[in-house]
Design a binder for this molecule. Structure first.
Ligand code: NI
Length: 178
């Protein structure tokens, strides 16, 4: 088990476009995914992208089971996604609160497509293709943004809705870190 340190906003690896996983990289993918799962679990996150632990490859993981810390969050299947692609279904977007392990302590209101199709490969190279909506779709869009060097604060439309979680929501948790 290896819990890696999570890079924080300002680290150049979080601003760069990550590279596709090529055939030659699949052999080392298992170790990377294990470290990502261990790190996400240790920090109670709902998702993690490889650049967040300093690895500039297009790999994300996410998943939310029943978690007392996020009582309002609907379950999201535990997923490893390599070389992911997202296609919006329709134009509809909705605003929702997000946090990020690379931007600790803060929350922001972020617009995301309400419904998407995403596809890619799991850690064994098996194709994955799913439709998602709501919180599930939001988490996938947040993680895939990491692969293009985008952190959620840059998507906030109104910076009045960006701040410290304890100031915005003094009585409850608002959103998982992803
Ligand atoms: Ni994040």
């Amino acid at each position: 088990m290896t819990v890696r340190s999570v890079r924080r906003m300002g680290d150049p690896v979080l601003c760069a476009r990550a590279q596709e996983v090529a055939t030659i990289s699949w052999a080392v993918l298992g170790d990377l995914v294990c470290d990502m799962k261990d790190t996400m679990a240790a920090l109670n996150g709902a998702g993690l992208a490889a650049p967040q632990i300093g690895v500039p490859l297009r790999v994300v993981i996410f998943g939310v089971s029943v978690n007392p810390r996020y009582p309002k969050a609907l379950p999201v299947p535990e997923t490893v996604l390599v070389n992911p692609v997202i296609e919006p279904i329709g134009e509809e977007q909705e605003e929702g609160w997000e946090g990020c392990l690379s931007v600790p302590g803060l929350r922001g209101l972020v617009p995301r497509y309400t419904r998407i199709v995403y596809h890619g490969f799991d850690a064994e190279g098996t194709p994955v293709r799913r439709e998602a909506e709501g919180f599930h779709a939001r988490v996938v869009q947040h993680e895939c943004d990491h692969l293009d060097g985008i952190l959620y604060p840059s998507r906030i439309r109104d910076l009045r809705f960006f701040g410290y979680e304890t100031a915005l929501f003094p009585e409850e948790f608002s959103a998982p870190d992803v």
